[in-house]
Design a protein around this ligand. Structure first.
Ligand code: GDP
Ligand code: GDP
Length: 436
């Protein structure tokens, strides 16, 4: 099921990031809650009632040194392109300004549902001025206060009421959805083309979820795949498309819909800081991952070089120790045949279920080998474990006291589960829960 997307637009300082952080809630860690750093986060999950959705803070997408009005216009365009519902935020202490009117005009033409939030209405007396905002033409304006958390419930009720019918866009269970992410020029579009040409059984181009996203079907090795569009694959030539924040946004949206994410690395230029950030998003999202080293034609390609490169990858991406590495060239098609099998393996791992009895045999053997830790004289007791979810495989370990589950012991159990069942290509999750 595709999650709906909400974008917040508005002038600088109306409170976009304050509202964004409120809606994202405790998921923003304290470490990230430093001025300037919070703005690194422009896309996140949010929840309201029984809806989970994604939210974009368009104010975080800075577009070069363009004049303010141009930037705002582009941020509004991004919202129109990416979102199902747009929250148009104004400053209730200042009223409607000329810049607000400009944005309103653009939003008006978009045919997207617009919900007006009038922020900084910190006390009820201020609500008298709310009528002024009807003149924008988007219906009922909602008085809110980001700092005090007032009025957000009514605003969100309105927002979720505009979500498209979520049941309509069901994913096909038997199809593997994958996306390609990586820095500009690593070869994402070349690799997609190579996959499609090599194969010559493109079934069709199916309508994507946003107006101009195109998903491509592919049938290979008795398996249906859908390649999800990512930034860089279609260059429409809009100014904001070249900004890093926007490409991150597109990558995150593609990751969201993927079962398997291919993290592309350029063999010619080697591993860069940006590669690590990009891979981190896929890992955090709990997707299956295959690392693809593209442009393998540009280096001397023998077994030894591969081993060296892989060692380098392992050192840089320690958290991705589960991800298989594939070396290929989208240009010469060398070693292209290694890609699809790796995607299939990662997807199988991602959806694999381990029967409870088999799992417990492994856990109990592990405990016998390496006794559980103690804290202040109290020993951790593991009662039993069970797999509670797939995509990614998630396990609950029932214990006498979760506080006693030391991080390193958790890692140890995770490793034992991996040793026993493989799970190549997928992260796994382990939770300790109390059971007397
Ligand atoms: P953005 O540029 O639109 O993302 O705005 P920010 O979220 O960075 O907020 C700009 C300023 O307005 C900050 O100093 C906030 O603390 C302040 N602010 C945000 N929401 C409220 C509110 O509801 N009431 C008041 N009084 N100040 C607010
Ligand atoms: P994207 O921005 O990630 O979509 O990258 P492109 O697919 O547009 O490729 C960027 C450049 O790298 C183009 O000039 C491609 O021809 C080149 N390229 C892509 N794959 C390979 C490859 O496997 N080997 C070599 N030598 N060049 C490649």
């Amino acid at each position: 099921m595709r999650k709906s997307v909400v974008a917040i637009v508005g002038r600088p300082n109306v409170g976009k990031s304050t509202i964004f952080n409120r809606l994202v809630g405790e998921r923003i860690s304290i470490v990230e809650d430093i001025p300037g750093v919070t703005r690194d986060r422009i896309y996140a999950n949010a929840e309201w009632l029984n809806h989970t959705f994604n939210i974009i803070d368009t104010g975080g997408i800075e577009i070069g040194d363009e004049p303010l009005l141009v930037q705002m216009r582009q941020q509004a365009e991004i919202a129109i392109d990416e979102a199902d519902v747009i929250v148009f935020l104004l400053n209730g202490k200042e009223g409607i300004t000329a810049a607000d009117d400009e944005v309103a005009k653009l939003l008006f033409k978009s045919n997207k549902p617009i919900v007006v939030g009038v922020n900084k209405m910190d006390n009820p007396q201020m609500h008298e001025t709310i009528y002024e905002y009807y003149s924008l033409g988007f219906g009922q304006p909602f008085p809110i206060s980001g700092t005090h958390g007032l009025g957000l419930g009514d605003l969100l009720d309105e927002v979720v009421g505009h979500f498209p019918n979520e049941a309509e866009e069901e994913k096909d269970e038997d199809t593997i959805y994958f996306s390609l992410i990586g820095r500009p020029n690593v070869g994402k579009s070349s690799l997609v083309n190579a996959l499609l040409n090599e194969d010559r059984v493109i079934v069709s181009e199916i309508e994507g979820t946003t107006r101009d996203a195109i998903d491509t079907k592919l049938h290979r090795d008795d398996q249906d795949f859908v390649i999800i569009d990512t930034a860089g694959m279609r260059k429409r030539g809009k100014v904001y498309e070249s900004t890093e924040k926007y490409s991150v946004l597109r990558a995150l949206r593609a990751i969201e819909r993927s079962d398997v994410v291919l993290v592309l690395i350029d063999a010619e230029t080697g591993i860069r800081e940006q590669d690590k950030r990009i891979a981190g998003y896929a890992h955090d999202a709990g997707r299956a991952i295959v690392i693809v080293v593209n442009k393998w034609d540009t280096v001397e390609s023998n077994e030894k070089a591969m081993k060296e490169f892989e060692k380098n990858i392992r050192a840089h991406f320690q958290y991705l120790d589960y991800a298989p590495v594939v070396f290929l060239s989208a240009k010469t098609k060398k070693r292209m045949h290694t890609l699809i099998p790796a995607i299939k393996v990662a997807s199988e791992s991602h959806t694999k279920r381990i029967p409870t009895n088999v799992l417990n045999d492994v856990i109990m053997d592990a405990i016998a080998m390496n006794p559980t830790p103690t804290l202040k004289g109290k020993r951790l007791k593991v009662l039993y474990a069970t797999q509670v979810a797939v995509q990614p495989p998630s396990f609950v370990v029932f214990v006498n006291d979760p506080e006693l589950m030391h991080f390193s012991y958790e890692r140890f159990l995770e490793n034992k589960i991996r040793d026993a069942f493989g799970f190549v290509g997928t992260p796994i999750k382990l939770f300790a829960r109390r059971r007397q």
